[in-house]
Design a protein around this ligand. Structure first.
Ligand code: COA
Length: 198
């Protein structure tokens, strides 16, 4: 498959390229990545080069994983990364620490899911998401993108070395947002309360 760009109100989603290696190397030093992702740890510049120069283009070509860079403008600095991966169309993402908290990953996740389910990936009717239990920021992105939390029999994710599993949260999104989606998160995420003037 040839790389496809996606635009949102505030972002351009396009191909991560070797010129992004410095930023990717820097962002991937974040201790949260060791806890929540399976990116190499410790993360080196060679890892960034392998990711950008080999993994990203090869996985677009095979269609196994479609990976986008989040940027404010075309050709601008990479802010974070989002992907959809086979075999289950699983959404994965990370944002460079200094770019968090602006709603940008929620915006990107919504756009990628809508693109995928709107015919971007032929035949795709569901997108899955999962995260290590307790990853509230990731779950909040999934909630904002319309995912519904599910409780499969095997509610785990593999550990980064693949030898074990960790308890995990799972969720699914279909083309139209399930009316139960928002409430499905209530057991694990705080609901926003109306601010009352004192
Ligand atoms: C998860 C991550 C991508 C979120 O990026 P972001 O750009 O901050 O996301 P947004 O700004 O769109 O915020 C989305 C929601 O997360 C909440 N959030 C963000 N950071 C948070 C934190 N540290 N703790 C709790 N909630 C947080 C926001 O308040 C927002 O919630 P809302 O929709 O209820 O308002 C980012 O924290 C990250 O890269 N984490 C490390 C990597 C990771 O865990 N990736 C996911 C693996 S499954």
């Amino acid at each position: 498959m040839r790389p496809v760009g996606i635009r949102t109100a505030r972002l351009v989603l396009d191909l991560p390229v070797p010129a992004d290696a410095d930023l990717v190397t820097r962002y991937c030093q974040d201790p949260l990545f060791e806890q929540y992702l399976t990116t190499p740890w410790p993360y080196s510049r060679a890892d960034a080069h392998a990711f950008l120069g080999e993994h990203v283009p090869e996985s677009w070509a095979s269609g196994r994983e479609l990976t986008w860079a989040l940027r404010r403008v075309e050709g601008g600095p990479l802010l974070g990364v989002i992907s959809v991966r086979d075999p289950k169309r699983e959404l994965g993402f990370w944002m460079g620490a200094e770019n968090r908290g602006l709603g940008l990953m929620s915006e990107a996740a919504t756009a990628v899911v809508e693109w995928t389910l709107g015919g971007g990936i032929r035949g795709a009717t569901t997108v899955f998401w999962r995260a290590v239990e307790g990853n509230v920021a990731s779950a909040s992105v999934a909630r904002a993108a319309g995912f519904r939390r599910i409780e499969p029999a095997d509610a785990t994710v593999p550990t980064r070395d693949g030898t074990g599993t960790l308890p995990a949260w799972h969720a699914v999104r279909e083309a139209s947002v399930d009316p139960r989606a928002r409430a499905s998160w209530d057991a694990v995420l705080a609901t926003r309360r109306a601010v009352r003037p004192r």
